[in-house]
Design a protein around this ligand. Sequence first.
Ligand code: HEC
Length: 155
Amino acid sequence: MPVSWKEVVLGCIVFGAAAGGALLVEANVPHERSGQILEGSHLPSDVRATFERSCQDCHSNNTYWPIYSSLPVVSKLIHDDVDKGRKTMNFSNWQDYSRGKKVGYLALIQNSLHTRVMPPAKYTALHFNAKLTAEQLDAIEKWTGQEMRRIIHEK
Ligand code: HEC
């Protein structure tokens, strides 16, 4: 049976609103993208993917600025967060950090995961797939330990 205009209009109203909302949340405008994060580390691809999905927006220069980040007020909040995140630890500058600094950051990463403060809840509320699964947590945990040992024993 062909779809009537009434159904089309109704569908647009119902799904249009949902699609509009989803677009606002998901349509991200990339700019300022730069090189690979955590350059110089021995990083398995699955752990890299997790950092890219859940951390790099705030802890690297590879920030995908969402459309709503240009809204007044929201813009300030998001830019402040990214600013603070990058200043605290920037995965784009990893190769420039001293060995001691890297080990310190790796320990902080472990700590931030244990306490579940990262990624921040306000971020995962909008980026559903940034929430870390138990497997991802385990993989990061394992990697941070390995990487610390590797750096400490590095000649
Ligand atoms: C929405 C932005 C955002 C995301 C996403 C994010 N962070 Fe953060 N992160 C911050 C900010 C902002 C700070 C600084 C916190 C402060 O100064 O209060 C921070 C601080 C940290 C610190 C330092 C904590 C300390 O005790 O000083 C670590 C480690 C960290 N983040 C790891 C991560 C990891 C790992 C991920 C991904 C799993 C992640 N962050 C995702 C914004 C973010």
